[in-house]
Design a protein around this ligand. Sequence first.
Ligand SMILES: [Zn+2]
Length: 265
Amino acid sequence: MQQRPYVDYLIARGGSPPRSGLIYDYLLAGDGVWLAAENAALRIRAPVAPADVRGLPPLGGLCELRHGRLPAGLWEACVAVARGVAATRREILFLVIHGPGGYRLLIPEDQVATPTRVAYTPPVLAVGEAVALALHSHHTMPAFFSAIDDADERDLGLYGVVGRLLSDTPEVLLRGGAYVHWLPIPWETAFAGSRGAFRDVAFDPPHRHERDNHEGADDGATDDDERARREGGAAREVRPTQRLVRTWLPGQGRTRPLARRKERA
Ligand SMILES: [Zn+2]
């Protein structure tokens, strides 16, 4: 029997082909090159490079939680703790682990937080357990993935950041990560329930008071109308179907690229 390679290179002639590489696969599709990987908790197909490849069907991105969305109670617990810590201008990191008993929240006890980074010892996982989400807080700063975050979040995983926690306009940003390739995903892909006042930075329009010279803010349009108008329909291109979400490649004008600012000026 032929041994599977660690990494394989596949052509997606008829949709996503079966996984082949032990770690991940590169996929060539009509909309570019993708990286596909999975573990016990997640399946992710993240963009490597957009391209118009004639004759192949487009694939789009994929971020699937294999055991369903995370319970709303986990989100609420993370937000409550992060708000408490934000009062001291410190970051905090939460891990959501999936195992035989379902999802559970883990706050690494040895984490050392500064205003811009959290250092911690990765937990020792039992057989059958996997990290489903790593969520950290930017306390009073905006939610964005910094260069430090990009350097830290290099595995297969769901990554998130919350920010502006002590304001009435808090923010959240989530991405599926697959070995240094990232797919922006809506909050609703990862969590059940409601995110409350949190703005999804990658998919929602700015808060009204943050807009410059915006006309017609009080013309009676619904939030969805407003969102579609401002985003060129980006929000409507996200088509969640139960646990699966498809988005489009960054750079095609369908999803806004993630902010790439440094945390330190
Ligand atoms: Zn960060």
